[in-house]
Write a protein that binds this ligand. Structure first.
Ligand SMILES: [Zn+2]
Length: 250
């Protein structure tokens, strides 16, 4: 490999020799870990526009407490991984940085923990389920969907963004449940508010939007997601103010 031969530390072998009290010991060179991370990063399928999103460049808008908490939780998540067995559900309106944080988390997990991570848009997942399903071939064996089942950490972006048929809903449940049973971590983002416990405390903005998370993904999947995840709300005071201003204007 080209970049390997250029490494001055190991002269391209990927190994360095360290002298210890018990004699020389071979150790993996830094360049080896960097190459491994590069390979893993390629496999994450992070969309181009999010490729530069990291936890370090996540901006907290005007001291927003939701943003601060969400960032702190994301950092802790990376630090503790894989010791914790819950994923995250980042929930809130568009434009508050949910996807940025989810991508930032998997970028760090790849670099710092060497974890295999995959990013999927919910709509793409549904499209691929529809495309790949054939009665004679099992979903788990499908080459396209294999990373969704097998990756150590899956980001499923925009949960509920597409309405599905009962059959596809069943299949999404099967996939998520499969990950849950195999103790694989999933990070979801969603724009759809969850109303079960908060009833009328919701902003009028949400009501205009209509659907809640349950309306979009069904009761069963919602309760499974809640069992699998720590819920991170990211609505934000600023956003509410902006939404109100917008409604005055139009
Ligand atoms: Zn090297």
């Amino acid at each position: 490999m080209n970049d390997a031969t250029q490494c001055p530390k190991c002269l391209g072998t990927g190994w360095t020799i360290e002298k210890t009290a018990n004699g020389p010991v071979a150790k993996r060179c830094v360049c080896y870990h960097e190459r491994q991370a590069a390979v893993l990063l390629k496999k994450t399928n992070i969309p181009k526009r999010y490729r530069d999103c990291t936890l370090d460049n996540f901006e907290i808008h005007k001291d927003n407490a939701f943003h601060k908490d969400a960032l702190a939780i994301s950092k802790k998540f990376v630090k503790n991984y894989p010791a914790q067995d819950v994923g995250l559900l980042l929930i809130g309106p568009c434009g508050v940085g949910k996807t940025h944080l989810a991508v930032g988390i998997i970028q760090e997990l790849v670099r710092k923990k060497g974890a295999s991570c995959v990013f999927y848009d919910f709509r793409d997942l549904i499209r691929e389920i529809q495309n790949t399903f054939a009665p004679e071939s099992g979903l788990t064996e499908s080459e396209v969907l294999a990373p969704v089942f097998r990756s150590e950490v899956l980001v499923l972006d925009e949960l509920g963004a597409k309405r599905t048929t009962a059959w596809v809903e069943e299949t999404v449940f099967y996939i998520i449940n499969h990950r849950y049973n195999h103790k694989k971590t999933t990070i979801f983002t969603s724009n759809y508010p969850d109303t079960e416990e908060t009833e009328d405390n919701r902003d009028s903005f949400y009501k205009k939007g209509g659907d809640t998370l349950v309306d979009r993904i069904g009761v069963r999947l919602r309760s499974r997601v809640y069992e699998m995840c720590k819920i991170v709300e990211m609505e934000g005071e600023d956003y509410r103010k902006l939404a109100k201003q917008a409604s005055y204007r139009f």
